[in-house]
Design a protein around this ligand. Structure first.
Ligand SMILES: C[S@@+](CC[C@H](N)C(=O)[O-])C[C@H]1O[C@@H](n2cnc3c(N)ncnc32)[C@H](O)[C@@H]1O
Length: 210
């Protein structure tokens, strides 16, 4: 996959980087490795923006029951819809749904559980980094009102016990939140660094007792 080959529609204030593509590539590879061939994917692209991560993952997977996309900023939706139209077949498009919501108040389709959650979330910490002048761009980099522990809790309550979550982060920004989250939870969940792409890490999470 190369960025040059991808003609995704995106707003001018936020362009995705190669990390989003690597996340999609690793996720689909891992799904094929660890789930049986007939395992039916109930996917969620959390903090989906223009949809690149979920769409690129769907393109590489055969057994998708449905794929949901959750995004706070409604201005991403027209870009998302155009991308769905450009990159997915009609058969795949019928499995896709966009939810414009804050993850903290999202209850989805009647408290749905997902067996694949993938996310490139806003992982920078406000105290450690300076906010920019564009509010829309800041929302792509920092959680506003929420923090990373809300993101981790959402995953814990939304992931199916058989499922996996893969998300991006930088160690210095997210490590403490992950550590604190795991200390507070019953010992039934693990999150570990699966891979690094330069300064970005790919984390994987799953339940231990299925
Ligand atoms: C780093 S961007 C990633 C976008 C896309 N996944 C990609 O890889 O290009 C993070 C996204 O999270 C969205 N976001 C921020 N806070 C959110 C929240 N509380 N609930 C849902 N989405 C949120 C932002 O609007 C932004 O689109």
């Amino acid at each position: 996959m190369s960025l040059n080959n991808l003609k995704y529609y995106q707003p001018e204030f936020y362009k995705f980087s190669e990390d989003s593509l690597l996340l999609a590539e690793e996720s689909s590879k891992l799904v094929k490795e660890i789930f049986p061939e007939d395992f039916s994917i109930k996917g969620l692209d959390l903090c989906s923006g223009c949809g690149v991560v979920g769409i690129e993952t769907m393109v590489q997977l055969e057994n998708v029951s449905f794929f949901h996309f959750l995004e706070l900023q409604s201005l991403f939706e027209p870009f998302f819809q155009k991308n769905v139209f450009s990159f997915l077949s009609q058969y795949q498009r019928d499995k896709v749904k966009f939810f414009n919501a804050n993850l903290d108040s999202f209850s989805g389709s009647s408290k749905m559980k997902y067996n694949l959650i993938i996310s490139n979330p806003p992982y920078f910490k406000k105290g450690k980094n300076r906010l920019g002048s564009d509010k829309r761009r800041n929302l792509c980099r920092f959680f506003s009102e929420l923090d990373f522990s809300n993101f981790l809790n959402f995953i814990y309550f939304t992931l199916d016990r058989e499922g996996i979550v893969l998300f991006l982060g930088r160690d210095g920004e997210v490590y403490n939140d992950i550590k604190m989250f795991l200390e507070k939870k019953p010992k039934d969940f693990e999150i570990f660094k699966y891979k690094s792409f330069g300064i970005t890490s790919l984390f994987m999470g799953r339940f231990l007792n299925k």
